[in-house]
Every structure is written in structure tokens, then in C-alpha cells.
Design a protein around this ligand. Structure first.
Ligand SMILES: [Zn+2]
Length: 229
């Protein structure tokens, strides 16, 4: 912050300390970073996950389903307040390439509006449900002001439904600057997350949002990141 380095004393010092950010985002060019991403929420388990992240000072990225945003706005507000990144995961979790143009646009824009009405700003990132996407969907996302975020590793946690297996696959997929796909709607994923965080930290990872991972580079609307494996 601008105040850093200014010589201050007494009461002024206290004011300056309060003005400093509680926790600056790490510089991923210098340290080992990884982005944990959670799709399909907010769900019934999301509050517990947010409490864990707050305790562990972890930032994550949530790709939200619009109709769930409408159901659980308080959780969305909390995500934004606590410094997590929020992305668009369509309104109804539709396979977007199967829809007409105007339907794709509606899926994206209604979700943009739902999130903006809660957090005050529309997302800049979207992740296509099931990873189903094509050039047409990407073009329509661009028109909606969205960049596409895929993943470097997918856990298939929704299929595994087993804490030990989910932990093992996350740790196997973990790599520097990786984007790991999980679901906060899978209870076993949320339950095993304390162990996962502990192990990732032990391995030297900083757990950050997708945007922090990009080291200050801003994804343009219509851009896709990272390339699917
Ligand atoms: Zn999904």
C-alpha cells in the first residue's frame, strides 16, 4: 500500500497499520502457487469450507450455478467479502454447446446479474458445465465479457465420493501453477479439505485464486485458460 515506508509515530502508526492489507496476495512468480477451484455451488457444505479457508488463510475460486446463487445469496456475499474469486458456471448447469445462441447468452447473463446483485460486480471468469465448450460458446462468452477457465487437473470427486481417494488424487494432480477442479457440493471433498490443505502447505504451496495465479496478467474476455490436458 502507499503508506508503506513512511516514518510515523504514536497514534498515526496505529492508523497506518490498520490501513495495510490484512494479507497481501503472494507473488506467484516468486513462490509456488496452486489454485483450488470449486464448481456447482453454493451448496449446503460451502459455509463449512469458507470457515476452514478463513482459519487457514486460503483463497479459492468458486464457479457458481446461477440458480444456487439465488437460493443462497448470503454464502456468495461471504465468498466475496472473504477475498475468494467468483466465477460463472451458467444458470442451470446446462451443456452449453447443445443450446441455441440466445439460450447460451441467457444462461451466462442471468448468472452474471444474480452474482452482481449480491456482490456488486459481475464475474470476469466462467467455467463451462461438464467442460463442454466450443468456439461458438467461447465467442458468446466473450460477448458477455467472460474469459473461460478450464483446469490442469480434475479430481472427479463427484464420482469418487471417498475422502481418501479424493485426497490422493488432489495430491497427485498438484503442481506449481496448477488449477484443480473440485466440487463444494461433494461432502467428502469438503470433509477431507483440512488434510489436503495441510499437505499442500507442507509441500510449499500457496493456495490462491485463479487471478492471483496469473501473476497480474488479466485474462481477456473470450480467452481460455489453461489449455485442457
Ligand atoms: Zn459443474
Amino acid at each position: 500500500m502507499a503508506f508503506r515506508g513512511v516514518v510515523v509515530t504514536g497514534m498515526t502508526a496505529a492508523v497506518v497499520l490498520m490501513a495495510l492489507p490484512a494479507q497481501a496476495a503472494p507473488t506467484c512468480a516468486k513462490v509456488k502457487c496452486i489454485a483450488l477451484t470449486f464448481d456447482d455451488g453454493p451448496g449446503t457444505e460451502t459455509g463449512a469450507l469458507l470457515s476452514l479457508f478463513r482459519k487457514e488463510r486460503v483463497k479459492a475460486t468458486f464457479f457458481l450455478v446461477g440458480k444456487h446463487v439465488e437460493r443462497r445469496p448470503a454464502l456468495v456475499k461471504r465468498m466475496a467479502r472473504e477475498g475468494h474469486e467468483i466465477g460463472n458456471h451458467s444458470w442451470s448447469h446446462a451443456s452449453l454447446p447443445t443450446l441455441f445462441d440466445e439460450q447460451v447468452t441467457q444462461e451466462l447473463l442471468t448468472t452474471q446479474e444474480a452474482i452482481a446483485s449480491v456482490t456488486g460486480r459481475p464475474p470476469r471468469l466462467f467455467r463451462p458445465p461438464y467442460g463442454h465448450t466450443d468456439d461458438r460458446v467461447l465467442g458468446l462468452a466473450k460477448d458477455a465479457g467472460l474469459a473461460q477457465v478450464l483446469w490442469s487437473g480434475t479430481t472427479l470427486d463427484w464420482k469418487l465420493r471417498d475422502q481418501k481417494k479424493i485426497k490422493a488424487v488432489i495430491l497427485k494432480l498438484a503442481r506449481r501453477d496448477g488449477v484443480i477442479l473440485m466440487h463444494d457440493t461433494v461432502p467428502q471433498t469438503v470433509q477431507v479439505m483440512p488434510e489436503v490443505i495441510e499437505e499442500l502447505k507442507k509441500r510449499g504451496y500457496h493456495l490462491v485464486t485463479v487471478s492471483t495465479l496469473l501473476k497480474g496478467r488479466r485474462l481477456a474476455a473470450g480467452e481460455s485458460y489453461p489449455a485442457a490436458p
